[in-house]
Each structure stands twice: as C-alpha cells, then as structure tokens.
Design a protein around this ligand. Sequence first.
Ligand code: UD1
Ligand code: CA
Length: 459
Amino acid sequence: MSSVRSNLNVVILAAGKGTRMHSDLPKVLHQVAGRALLSHVITCAEKLEPENIVAVYGFGGRKVPEAIARDDILWAEQAEQLGTGHAVQQAMPLLGDKGITLVLLGDVPLLRAETCRMLIRNAEQHLALLTVEKDIPTGYGRIVRSFDGRVQAIVEEKDADAEQRRIKEVNSGIMAMPTVLLKQWLGRLRNENNQKEYYLTDVIAMAVEDGVGVVTERAQDEWEVIGVNSKADLAGVERIYQKNEAQRLMHAGVTLRDPERIDVRGRLKTGRDVEIDIGCVFEGNVELGDKVSIGPYCVIKDATIAEGSVIAPYTHIDEATVGRDSRIGPYARLRPGTELVAEAHIGNFVEIKNSRVDHGSKINHLSYVGDSQVGKHVNIGAGTITCNYDGANKHRTIIGDHAFIGSDTQLVAPVTVEAGATIGAGSTITRDAPENSLTLSRSKQITIQGWKRPVKTKK
Ligand code: UD1
Ligand code: CA
C-alpha cells in the first residue's frame, strides 16, 4: 500500500470565487462544523499520506492561504480563474512526473478518505473517476456513456443538450490518474465551451481518444460528493455532517435526546452513559467523562467535564475544567481559566473567570469570581463580587478553606480571606480578613423612631 502513497500527489482546487454564495469571503473559507470547507478537504487528503498536497488558491488573493495557515502543504496561485483544468495546471510545476495525481475540490467537504483510496487503486494505469447517481442532477457535469456502458466524456450542464441533462450519473469532480498523462492532457485543453473555461472534465474525452481506460467508482453515499455552491448547499452539508456526528456519538453509547438537535464543531470525546439534551453546541476540543449529563441549550467550548457532573440548562463553558460530581447552572458561565476541582456547585447567573475553586465549594447565585483562588468547602453567598480590576491592572483574591462569604459582598483585590473566616453580608472588603473570625464593613443597622415617609406637596 505504501508504494502507492509514496507516489501520490493530491491537488485541491480552491481558487474559485463562489459567485453563487453571494459573499465577499472566498467560497472555500465558508465553514462547515466550525471549520473552513477547504480544511475538511485537507484533512481528507492527509489521511492518504501523500507525498505532496498542493492547494490552488486565487480569488481573494492571500486570504485563503492565510486563513488556512498551513505551510506544511504547497500553495499554487491561479491569478485568474479560467476553469478547473486551468487551476490544476497551476499546480503541476510543483510536481514531478511520477506517480498518481488525485484531484479534489475545495468545495466538496464531506468526502471520505476511504473513497479516495478506492479511486487511487485504479489510477496506476487508468483515469479513475468518482461518479454518483443523483435523482436531481442539476448543476453537475453529466457522465456520457456509450451503448456498451463505457465512459465517453463529461458534459457540463451549461453545455449539455436536453437529452444529456436527463442523465442522472454525475461527475463528483474528483478524479485520479497517472501524473504524466494528466500533464499531457492539460496541455491540450481548449476553452471552447459555454463558459469559456478550461474544463478539467475535458481530460475524460482525451483519455478515451488516447485509448486510456476510464474507470468509474460510485461514491457509497451521495452526500460524500455534494459540492457547496450556495448557502443552501452549505446548510445542507452542515446538517449531514451533524447527523453523521450524532450517529457516531450514539454508536459510542451517548444518549442524545434528539440527534437532530446537536451541533459539534470540533472534537467531542465522551465516556460511558453520557447524556446530552437538545440544542447544545460543542466547539473545539471537549471531553465529557462517564455519567456526565448536559442539559438543554448549553454552549461548551474547549472544556473537560469530569465524571458524574451535571450541567444544567443554558450554561456556557469556555476553556474551563469541571472536576467530578459538580453541578453547574442553570445559566452559569465558566470563562477561560476556570478550574473547578471536584464537587463544585455553581448556580444561576454566576460568572467565573481565571479562577481555581477547590473541592466542594459553592457559589450558587448571582456572583462574579475572577482571578481568584477559592479553597475547599467555601460558601460564597449570593451577589458576591471579586473586584479584580482597578481600571488598569488585575489583582488576585484568595479565599481560604471553609471560608463563608456573606451575600452581596465585594472583595476588592488584592485581598485574602483566610481559612475559616466569615464575612458579614453586604461588606466591602478591602483588607485581608483573618482566619476563623467574623469580618464585616457595613455600618450598623439603626431605626429612627417616629420617622414619616414624605408626602406629595399639593400645588
Ligand atoms: C465542477 C465540475 C463538474 C462537477 C462538479 C462537482 C468542471 C468543469 N466541472 O463543476 O463536472 O459535477 O464540479 O462538484 O470541472 N476552481 C478553481 N479555479 C477555477 C474554477 C474553479 O480553483 O478557475 C475550484 C473552485 O474553487 C471549486 C472547484 O474548483 O472548489 C469546483 O469549481 P466550481 O466552479 O464549483 O465547479 P462546478 O461548476 O461545481
Ligand atoms: Ca462546485
């Protein structure tokens, strides 16, 4: 197998504007599952372990290479978009004459490496073409076969006659062939067609002319070769991607309340008996331990949630670690740098940022804890705020084990509340609070006897 791969080039076409997207962003940078279309195709190409990957860019100039930010692949510029054949031509000077070249399209993001492998196997001596049967073939190049079933040519929709338009076998745009033959054929392309473009698809007729066999493979699933040309296509491809991801999760044992209502934009790793309710979005790298339960409408990004933890509805977690058996939310927000060690209780409208909260501590209502270190079994009352920012710099708040912070307290950092300290409700704490004592900073409650409410003066 490795002998094939070491002679394999992959050329990815990504220079087109994507007129039908009606967007300033080059088409291949539009996203599926939070990643550019082109990134999906590059990932597929990499799985084949080719000698070279060349991406052809053009519309939007350096925008595409800059956004993809990969200098471990080769980039070829197609300054003017004169067609798919012309695009492949731009890549050829970067490649030798040996081996096989596989052409992939930057706007076909769901293609599987398995399917490419099938194609490559037939491309040592032949032109191997990936086709698919479509009930509605509109927009795709049609595969024209002779009476005995041999491929004769590909006819683009815009050049096809009425009879050809009825053909349901279409070109996926993906093909592989000996590099040396591809180079020859590219040199013979003409742009005498409706779009005045150099069509890559014209090499099929050339192969037939030269007596080189054209072998076709059918994609197993139609969705694998869907090309994104419009925002509707993009949304369609996104849904298919998400359905596949939902299937993968359920196969791994995850309970999804509704597989139609989950979005994974990255990598989601799951333990045993994980449950995910509807409307959740997972971004980046997320890891859910055994028996983790995620309530409806949570947004979770680059986070680890350890076993037994329950995330209640509408919770947002971003670059945070939640230790085992914690209860978070509803309506909690864990921001970057939050580390909850274990058995934490974080309740509604609590925001935590860049803070470590040790074992068994509770912050249950309406609080902001930032740049802090909270010890074990601390209770932070409702409405507590760490005032970490003085307008210029951020400062830390340290709260010792078993401390009790009364409701509506402001802890003006830098400040330390020592172990076992109690802070009276409604305090503004600007100096350290000593251990095992009650510290408070509010004025004493008084009652004015005989006081009357003001009454409205008559005019
Ligand atoms: C192409 C095929 C068609 C096939 C369909 C499958 C040709 C002539 N037609 O049509 O047979 O059914 O794909 O999706 O090949 N690109 C460039 N430079 C260019 C033109 C295009 O890099 O000058 C890139 C685009 O960025 C895109 C890909 O090539 O990623 C396909 O181009 P597109 O214009 O979408 O071709 P289709 O009309 O879809
Ligand atoms: Ca296309």
